[in-house]
Each structure stands twice: as C-alpha cells, then as structure tokens.
Ligand binder design. Sequence first.
Ligand SMILES: [Zn+2]
Length: 280
Amino acid sequence: MHWPPLDPTELSTWRVYFGMPLVVTDACVLHTFDYLDSSRIIRLATRDLGIVSVVARGARRPRSKFGSAVDLFAQGVAHVQVKAARDLQTLVSFDLSSGRSRLSSDLDRFVAASAFVELALRTAHDESHHALFDVITTELDCIANAAGGLAPVAGLAACWRLIGELGFSPALDHCCVCHSKLAPDEQLPFSCQGGGVACTRCGSSLTASRLLPAGARAAIRGWLAPGSSGTGSTSDGLRLSTPELRAHQRLLREFLVFHVGDDRELRAFLSWERGAMGGS
Ligand SMILES: [Zn+2]
C-alpha cells in the first residue's frame, strides 16, 4: 500500500486519537439539536472538513466540558474524531473563540442569520472549504455587527455573497439570453430560469420574469462584489423600505428555489420573509 506524500501544512491538523484521525480545525456551529438524554448533534462548517455532522456527547449535562461553546453560531477550534465512511463524527472538544451572542439577542439579526445559515447548509457540498468557511463566518459577523435596522440588508448581502462564492451569480450587466450589454440605469426583466436580467427584447420571451428596478439591480451587484459586506463600502448605509425588503427577499427566494433544486421548504428563509411582511 502506498501512502500519499504528507503535506507538511496538514501535519498540525491531523493527529491520531485512539487509532482514529483527530482533525483540529476552525469551525462554526450552523445547526444544533438534542440527541438522546444528554447529547447534541451539531452541524459544523469547518475549514478543513467542509460541512460535517458531529455528536457532542454529554453536551446538555449541567457541568459539560462543552459549556456554551457549542451554541448556535458559535465559532472556535473543533477537535473532531473522524471515522471514514461515517456520516456522524465525534466532537471531542471545542475551544470557543466567539459566541456571537449579538445574533441570539436580537430577533432581526437572529432570523437573518438563520436564513443565511439554512442556505449554507442546503447549498454547500464540495466547494473549497477554506473559501466557504471564510464567507460563512465573515457574513455572520456582518449580520451580528449590523447597526440598528440594517440586519435584513446584511442578511440579503450574506445570501448573495454565498451565491457568488458557490458560482451561480445571476447575470446583471449583460442579457442572460443574447449577452448584449445592458445600461445600468434601466429597469429590466429578471428571470430565475434564464439566470439573470434580460434585455427588453429577450425578456418578452422569458416566462415567469419580473421587473427589476435599476436601484435593486445595483444593490444586488454591490452585495455580490467580493469583499463587500451588506453594510460596507459598495452599499454604504443602504436602507430598504419594508416593500423593498420584501421584494428583495422574494426575488432571492425564487432564485434560490430554482437553483437549490430540491423540494424541501426553506423554512428559516420563509420565517425571515414573513417577519418582514409583519412590518418589523
Ligand atoms: Zn437579450
């Protein structure tokens, strides 16, 4: 049997723990639910393993070694015992670096972060783990740090940034059918099936398209730009009225439903959207 040559950069990451590889990696808690009497099953975004499900044994006991380290949205260094061909791995320990309590203490931030994380869990499969991990954690920080009233905008930006990282950004500057260049100040038809905006001539042949105002197109372009954060330089101080927010959420949801391509409801996204409908 020939072992692949060892990558020296991985030496600090992979160790052997009771005969099974122990992976020490940056990680962020995306989902958590109770398991048996005292344990938790956690979905982690990790830098080195991608999205992984782990069991934290005894995490719900009063004096658990995990404490509050594995609460939703927490980030730190996970020690994961990995068994090949298993869907559920074992979380040995978790060194907390950020609890992101600002996400749990504010409803606007919480529902936006939940919708974003649901999207990450639904779409992230085999992409570069490093880049994806950075997008997830950076955008969660942006939502957590959003100024009053800007959490929904940060949430929209986070979702579009993730879409950009996953490589299915919509066409915004060229017609998605004939590829002709489009003027930035035009209101144009947007088609999820077509993959973006279309010129008015092509738009008439696209089914289920809706009109996208020039300002909304500019906002999405800004959110997709690498390095942008929802409330950062490219869309500085962008505030949306409730109808504008609802229109953005609806367009994003329709785009996601088409591109995510499974029949499961985007539950967290829908409750985020319904919250906005309630005029929060
Ligand atoms: Zn066209």
